[in-house]
Write a protein that binds this ligand. Sequence first.
Ligand code: FMN
Ligand code: MN
Length: 493
Amino acid sequence: MAQETARQTGSQKAFDLSNPDLRDWLRIVDAAGKLRVVKGADWNLEIGALAEMVCLESSDPPCLLFDEIKDHPAGWRVVNHAVPSMTLAAMLLGLPPSQNHLELVKAWRQRMQSLKHVPVRIEPDGPVLENTWRGADIDMFRFPAPFWHEDDGGRFIGTGDVIITRDPDNGQINVGTYRMQVLDRDKLGLYIAPAQHARLHRDRYFERGQKMPVVAVFGTHPLLFQASSMKMPLGVNEMEWVGGVLGQPVEVIEGPITGLPFPANAEIVVEGFIDPSDLMDEGPFGEFTGYYASAMRKETFVKVEAVYFRNDPIIHGAQMMRPPGETHRARQIINDAETWAGLEAAGVPDVRAVASVPVTCNGMVVVSIRQRYSGHAQQAGMITAQTIGLQLGRYVVVVDEDIDPSNVDEVLWALWTRSDPETSLTIVPNCRSQPLDPRLSPDRRITREYIGSRAVIDATRPFHWREQFPKVVGTSADLQAKMRSKWGEDFFE
Ligand SMILES: Cc1cc2nc3c(=O)[nH]c(=O)nc-3n(C[C@H](O)[C@H](O)[C@H](O)COP(=O)(O)O)c2cc1C
Ligand SMILES: [Mn+2]
């Protein structure tokens, strides 16, 4: 691998750039022994199936770098599962190496407090400009975009992508991850769910009868992908957040056609426009929920005006599969830290830890508190219920401080023994949902009424009689220490 990377990074031009790029990251993954190069796979179903099966069947799935893809030149690659361990997720975020989710959430909370956003720096040139296609040269089918799942509507080049748009009212830049289907040589589907930032931008252009300029990036450092696929406040330029985490500005080129900035060291970049009056069939696509939740529909699309790419470009893919799949550990660390910070900002005291249940993609969150007053648990639960899982949150479980919220067994034990379904459950109706929600009823899909409910489950000991709650069985710390010293550590292995 090392040799190949050296050959493929060898650019003809020297660029005075200092940002790490996707290739630097893959070298780190390789050095950690977590990179597997796969040669000869077919873009048609094989990449997707292999990525899914490795995730399901390996206890420690590696990053897969597909090369020599059928029908495509050697060197034009697809990478999947680019952050394949907790230690690498910690490294990506600049945190100390740790395997412990709660420790990482705490470390990230500290980091957040001092994180300053850093404006981007405009560069005249960069490796992404090594190749340019315009006009009749444009052919998106020349990239090895996978046909991921058997019932997809086509090839999706954009899964782990980065889409850059500008608010026409105030000029603010947004970076978001939204799926992109190759519809034609110069046409790319773009599915943006309601309330996403690029959707708000799009609505504003369309209300004025204008086309929306779009830049799409397929392949960039995974830190920008993480930022792009996370909900930050509207108005935040996610590249400035990345600059803050990197401790240096993200180096960008301003697109000659759209004026939109894109990373100078990206792998593949497209500039184009969405015309409000042009529609094409988009989807279906197997989604992160584990379902094909939206059928083929008419959608607006990006008409591609220019394509820039590095020599031997790498598409950054993210296999969408039934969870737990390609794990998004870095995002989970950040989400849990954000939920915790939100609770504190709302004035909820004594939050001990927050952890989302990985298989629910942040749709079920557990908050552990040290109860201080009656109603404390309900307060923590109700506030969390409106911030979890973006539009696809469902359940919040509040537990006492003796329960580790990242340990599903402990959480379910508390749920079973400390909650009473009749009195511990609060249902909150009319909360946000979205078209990808598998449980959205057919009626609501037609009327576009994207709402669902949340449940808050209080699995703490009832506050007013907590002192009378039966005592937990377990060997005391004191007795444990005695046993260890008498019988030795080996006894317990
Ligand atoms: C791999 C991946 C693919 C995603 N695909 C889509 C998508 O197709 N459409 C969408 O609206 N959101 C998608 N999302 C979720 C958005 O990226 C996420 O909500 C993000 O906050 C959007 O950026 P914004 O907050 O700036 O709008 C995806 C997330 C991930 C991790
Ligand atoms: Mn945003």
